[in-house]
Ligand binder design. Structure first.
Ligand code: FES
Length: 215
């Protein structure tokens, strides 16, 4: 595949034609906050709304994970409008996130912590209404523990499950604020991936999924 060059923040970078702008920037060490994108995704869900950038000639910021690179792109990743949108997206995520880092398996490697640090927002912003989901812990799965109040609904676990096993044993259920992960086949352990498959746990950005069988 041929490579093309384009401009990001006064730098010229190059990437294979058709690659997402987010992937190209990350490869060039230009950090853009993101939670739902993963390398190799052909159709990113664009659910976290963190990866906004400005493109010269476009009136509204766009999500970098859904924009394929082109040679005429002139991109800014750090304008006030971009940061405002990213901070709003992060606050929305934090309003439904149970911040309890000390007791979370993802502490110190959590991508939500890293994103908050990058955007200069505390994990418990003042004046932010907080909402919780019930149940706090879903342990109906034979191998996994799921904590809906940590989950950012990024969909990475679904993506990796499908690419490893040819079908996803995880899906989103319900709508809006009530959206949660649900596990197909959790009542029929024979049909599930082996307990030692930790792919979904490994790609979770926040520690919402844990193995019942230890590390
Ligand atoms: Fe683009 Fe989540 S990484 S919307």
């Amino acid at each position: 595949m041929s490579r093309i060059s384009f401009q990001v923040n006064d730098r010229k970078i190059s990437a294979p034609e058709g690659m997402s702008l987010l992937g190209a920037c990350l490869n060039a060490d230009i950090h853009i906050p993101h939670l739902c994108y993963m390398e190799g995704m052909t159709e990113p869900p664009a659910s976290c709304r963190l990866c906004f950038v400005e493109i010269e000639g476009r009136r509204e910021p766009v999500t970098a994970c859904t924009l394929p690179v082109r040679s005429d792109l002139k991109v800014r990743t750090d304008t006030p409008a971009v940061r405002r949108l990213q901070r709003t997206a992060l606050r929305l995520l934090l309003s439904v996130h149970h911040v309890d880092c000390k007791h979370c398996i993802a502490n110190y490697k959590c991508e939500l912590q890293r994103t908050a640090r990058f955007l200069g927002i505390g994990l418990k912003p003042k004046h932010l209404d907080h909402y919780s989901k019930e149940p706090e812990v879903d342990d109906t799965h034979p191998h996994l523990i799921h904590r809906p109040n940590r989950c950012v609904l990024c969909g990475r676990c679904i993506h990796i499950c499908e690419s490893r096993h040819g079908r996803a044993y995880i899906a989103m259920a319900r709508r809006g604020f009530d959206t949660v992960l649900t596990f197909y086949g959790s009542t029929d352990a024979i049909d599930l991936p082996a307990p030692d498959c930790t792919a979904c746990i490994d790609v979770c950005p926040v520690g919402a999924l844990e193995s019942k069988h230890g590390e």
